[in-house]
Ligand binder design. Structure first.
Ligand SMILES: Cc1cc2nc3c(=O)[nH]c(=O)nc-3n(C[C@H](O)[C@H](O)[C@H](O)COP(=O)(O)OP(=O)(O)OC[C@H]3O[C@@H](n4cnc5c(N)ncnc54)[C@H](O)[C@@H]3O)c2cc1C
Length: 350
C-alpha cells in the first residue's frame, strides 16, 4: 500500500512525498501474500478500483521495465449448497452489472477448468476470466521504481515514532532519522496501522490475525498456471504454486495477533505452523482435492495479516484527526483515494 500510494502521489505531481519503512519494503505481510486479485467487490466503486489495478499491472511493467508477475488465469468459485448457488448467480448478475465478465457454469464445466477437483458435491460455479494474481514483491519493486523515477523518495530502516498534531491537525512525523514537517500522513502500515494511526490520535479498526496456506511439492496433473479455485462453503482457496498446490483458508474462527508481540524488527518472518487450527480446513481440502492425500507437504505457511470489521477497504480522512490524517488498508488495489486528499483536492473517481 505504501509503494502504491507513493507511486500514485508522484504520478499526480506530488513529488515531495516520502515513504517511511521501518525495515525493508515488503518485509511485513506483502512478501508472503498469495496475491490473488479478484475484481468483483460489493460495490461498483470498489470493483472499479481493482479493475484499475489490473490494468495497472501490465502498464507498470511497460513503464518501468520491472515485471509485476501478473498472471491472468481467471477465478472459479464453486457452490456446494443451494444457498451458495444463489450467491453464484448473484455474483454473475452483480459482475455483469458492473461491466465485468462473469458466467455461471455447471459442475461439469467447472471440473473441465480444474481437472484435479472432486466435483461430486458441486452444484455449479461462477467463472470470472479477468481475475489473476501478481508477484507481490515484483509489483512493489515496480511501483517503487516508478515512484522514484518521478522524484519521490523512500527511506527504509526509518521507523515512524510519532505523529505530531496541533489543534487536532497533523503537523509532522517523528522518525528514527529526524522530524519531517507535513500536513498529511497516509497510514499504510498494514497490521500495524492501528498503532501508527493512534500516534496521531486516530482510530483504525483493524483486526490482526494469523493467516494460513498449505504448500505442497509438485503434484502430478499440475501443469503451468491454473485459475484460482474458490470453495467458499469449505472456507478454501486453491491454486497452483511452482507445480504444486497452494491451499489457503478463511477459517470460521480466526486466530488474533497482538501486533506488539511481533517486535519492531519483525521483517520477512513467519509465525509457527498450527496443524490443529488448520485441521478442519484440511479435511475440506482433502475432499476437494483427492491428490492432496499423497502430495508431499512443503510447509503450512502462517503469516500475519489484518482484516477490517466488515471486510471492506479502509479509506478516507479520519474523523478523529480531521484535515490531514488519512489511513489506508487494502488488498492489492490502489487506494490513493481519500475523501479530501492532498491539499483538499477531490479525486475524480472518488
Ligand atoms: C497467507 C496470506 C495470504 C494472502 N493472500 C492474499 C491474496 O491472495 N490476495 C490479496 O489481495 N491479499 C492477500 N493477503 C493479504 C495481503 O498480503 C495484505 O493485505 C497486503 O500484503 C498488505 O500490504 P500492506 O502494504 O498494507 O502491509 P505490509 O506489507 O505489512 O506493509 C506494512 C509495512 O509497514 C511497516 N511498518 C509498521 N510499523 C511501522 C512504523 N512505525 N514505521 C515505519 N514502518 C512501519 C512494516 O514494516 C511493513 O513493512 C494475504 C496475506 C497472507 C498473510
Amino acid at each position: 500500500m505504501g509503494c502504491s500510494t507513493l507511486y500514485h502521489l508522484a504520478k499526480l505531481g506530488m513529488t515531495d512525498a516520502v515513504l517511511l519503512e521501518r525495515n525493508q519494503l515488503t518485509s511485513g505481510t506483502t512478501w508472503h501474500s498469495a496475491a490473488q486479485v479478484r475484481a468483483l467487490r460489493s460495490t461498483r466503486n470498489l470493483t472499479d478500483l481493482i479493475r484499475y489495478s489490473i490494468s495497472l499491472y501490465s502498464a507498470l511493467e511497460e513503464e518501468t521495465g520491472q515485471a509485476t508477475g501478473w498472471i491472468n488465469k481467471g477465478f472459479l468459485s464453486i457452490a456446494t449448497t443451494p444457498d451458495r448457488m444463489i450467491h453464484v448467480r448473484r455474483q454473475e448478475a452483480l459482475a455483469n452489472s458492473f461491466g465485468l465478465t462473469a458466467t455461471a457454469i455447471s459442475a461439469g464445466e467447472a471440473k473441465e477448468r480444474w481437472p484435479l477437483m472432486n466435483a461430486d458435491d458441486v452444484l455449479g460455479a461462477v467463472w470470472s476470466p479477468d481475475d489473476g494474481r501478481v508477484g507481490p514483491t515484483d509489483l512493489c519493486a515496480a511501483l517503487a521504481k516508478g515512484a522514484r523515477a518521478r522524484g519521490a523518495r523512500i527511506f527504509e530502516n526509518t521507523a515512524v515514532l510519532g505523529v505530531t498534531t496541533e489543534g487536532g491537525k497533523v503537523k509532522g512525523v517523528e522518525t528514527a532519522g529526524g522530524f519531517i514537517q507535513t500536513d498529511t500522513v497516509v497510514v499504510c502500515a498494514g497490521l500495524w496501522s492501528r498503532e501508527v494511526a493512534a500516534m496521531g490520535g486516530a482510530h483504525a479498526p483493524l483486526f490482526p490475525c494469523e493467516h494460513f496456506y498449505l504448500l505442497t511439492k509438485p503434484v502430478p496433473g499440475i501443469e503451468g498456471n491454473l485459475p484460482t479455485l474458490s470453495d467458499h462453503d469449505a472456507g478454501l482457496y486453491i491454486r497452483d504454486d511452482s507445480g504444486g498446490l497452494l491451499v489457503g483458508c478463511f477459517e470460521p474462527l480466526g486466530k488474533p495477533i497482538a501486533p506488539e508481540t511481533l517486535g519492531e524488527d519483525f521483517a520477512f518472518q513467519l509465525l509457527p505452523e498450527d496443524w490443529d487450527h488448520f485441521e478442519p480446513m484440511m479435511a475440506g481440502a482433502l475432499n476437494r482435492l483427492p491428490a492432496l492425500e499423497t502430495a508431499e507437504v512443503k510447509m503450512l505457511l502462517n503469516g500475519p495479516e489484518s482484516f477490517t470489521p466488515d471486510g471492506g477497504f479502509m479509506l478516507g480522512e479520519t474523523a478523529e484527526t480531521p484535515g490531514a490524517l488519512s489511513w489506508l488498508r487494502n488488498e492489492f488495489c490502489w487506494c490513493g483515494v481519500w475523501r479530501r486528499g492532498w491539499n483538499g483536492a477531490r479525486h475524480d473517481n472518488c
